[in-house]
Design a protein around this ligand. Structure first.
Ligand code: PMP
Length: 354
C-alpha cells in the first residue's frame, strides 16, 4: 500500500479515474461532441471578444450577465432561479456535496451517466441504482418501490439517457417527481436533440432541478453547465459553488456563441437528421440491433463489440464500447453522430468490422 493509499479514503483508492481515450489521429466519435468547427465569422467574433477580456481580474462570480442571456436563449421560466457550473459535471458535484447528510441516498436508473455514481462515492452518499428494462425503458414500478424503500435525498434522471439513447416517457418522470421525497434532477444534457423537456416546469415544481449544458450543442471546450429550479434549492447549492467557477474566457465565449445561436441550432438540426440516417443504416446490418435515440449518438448491439470496436479503431475510427460496463450493455457500441461525411465513413467501414 502506498503512502497516499494509507491516507486516501479507501472508497476513493478503489476507484479508477474517469477514462478518456486517446483519440490522436483518429476520427473522434466517442464523446458526443458537435463535429462541426466554428465557422470563420464566428472565429473572428470570438477572437475580437476574447482579446478584450480582463484576464487580470477574477471573473464575475454571478456569471456576468450570462444567466440573463441563457434565459432568453433557452426559454428558462422567469420563476426559476439559475446556477452555473464548470460543465454540468460540476453541478452534479455541487448537488451531491450539498445533500450529503449522513446516510443520505442518491438514486439513479442504471445504466446511466457514470458521474452520478462516482459523485455519490466522492460525497459519501449511499448509491442506489435501479436497473432499466432490457429495452432501456424505465422500470417505473421498480423506481417507485426503490423511492419508497430508500427515501432518496436526490434522484438523477438523464432525459434522454446516456449511454442508452431513449428518453423516458414524460408521465414516468412526472410520477417520480410526485413520489420522490427530495430533489429530482432531470439532466437534459441532450436537450438540443430531444423532443421534450421539463424546462417549462423549472421553478414551479418544488422538487425539480433541470440541468443542462452547452457541451453537446457545440461548446464542450468552454465547460459551461446550468441548472434551473426553485430559488430555495438554488440558494443552497450556491453555497457550495466555488465563487469563480466560470472563468472569464468561458463567460465571454458563451456570450459570443449565444449571439450566434442559430449557427448551433442549424448544426443540431443536421445532427438530428444524420442520427436518423445512421440508425436506419445500422439497423439493416446483419446481427445489429439499434436502440431509439433522442440524443446525438446511437447505441447499437452488435454480435461482438470488442472485435468491432478494435476493427473500427484499426481503421482510424474511435467510438465507445460499453461492453463490460453494465450487464444490460453487453456487446453495445455507442456511435456519436458526426458530420455527414464522417457518418458515411463509419457506415462504409462497419460491414467489414462486424
Ligand atoms: N449529463 C449527461 C447525461 C452526460 O452525458 C454528460 C456528458 N457526457 C454530462 C452530464 C456532463 O456534461 P458536461 O460536464 O460537459 O456539461
Amino acid at each position: 500500500m502506498s503512502l497516499a493509499q494509507q491516507y486516501v479514503r479507501p472508497e476513493i483508492s478503489a476507484l479508477s479515474a474517469y477514462h478518456v481515450a486517446d483519440a490522436s489521429g483518429l476520427l473522434k466519435l466517442d464523446a458526443m461532441e458537435n463535429p462541426f468547427p466554428l465557422p470563420p465569422e464566428l472565429q473572428q467574433a470570438l477572437a475580437e471578444r476574447l482579446a478584450h477580456v480582463a484576464l487580470n481580474r477574477y471573473p464575475d462570480p454571478h456569471g456576468g450577465g450570462l444567466k440573463e442571456r441563457l434565459r432568453e436563449a433557452f426559454d428558462i421560466p422567469a420563476e426559476a432561479a439559475l446556477i452555473l457550473g464548470n460543465g454540468s459535471d460540476e453541478l452534479i458535484t455541487l448537488v451531491c456535496q450539498a445533500l450529503a447528510r449522513q446516510g443520505a441516498v442518491l438514486l439513479a436508473a442504471e445504466p446511466s451517466f457514470v458521474m452520478y455514481r462516482m459523485n455519490a462515492v466522492f460525497s459519501q452518499l449511499r448509491y442506489v441504482g435501479v436497473s432499466l428494462r432490457e429495452d432501456f425503458s424505465l422500470d417505473l414500478e421498480a423506481m417507485l418501490a426503490a423511492i419508497a424503500e430508500h427515501a432518496p435525498a436526490v434522484v438523477f434522471l438523464a432525459y434522454p439517457n446516456n449511454p442508452t439513447g431513449p428518453r423516458y416517457a414524460r408521465a414516468e418522470v412526472e410520477a417520480i417527481l410526485a413520489a420522490a421525497p427530495g430533489l429530482v434532477v432531470v439532466d437534459e444534457a441532450y436537450a438540443a436533440f430531444a423532443d421534450d423537456s421539463f424546462m417549462n416546469l423549472a421553478g414551479q415544481h418544488p422538487k425539480l432541478l433541470v440541468m443542462r449544458t452547452v457541451s453537446k450543442l457545440g461548446l464542450a471546450g468552454i465547460r459551461l453547465g446550468y441548472a434551473a429550479g426553485p430559488a430555495d434549492w438554488i440558494a443552497e447549492l450556491d453555497k457550495v459553488r466555488p465563487p469563480y467557477n466560470i472563468n472569464v474566457l468561458s463567460q465571454a465565449a458563451c456570450h459570443v456563441a449565444l449571439e450566434h445561436l442559430a449557427v448551433f441550432e442549424t448544426q443540431a438540426a443536421i445532427l438530428r437528421q444524420e442520427r436518423g440516417r445512421l440508425a436506419a443504416a445500422l439497423a439493416t446490418m446483419p446481427g445489429v440491433t439499434v436502440f431509439p435515440s433522442e440524443a446525438n449518438f446511437v447505441l447499437a448491439r452488435v454480435p461482438d463489440a470488442p472485435r468491432s470496436f478494435a476493427a473500427l479503431k484499426a481503421g482510424g475510427i474511435l467510438i465507445k464500447s460499453l461492453h463490460g460496463g453494465h450487464p444490460l450493455l453487453n456487446h453495445c457500441l455507442r456511435f456519436t453522430v458526426g458530420t455527414p461525411a464522417e457518418n458515411d465513413r463509419v457506415l462504409a467501414a462497419l460491414p467489414n468490422c462486424l
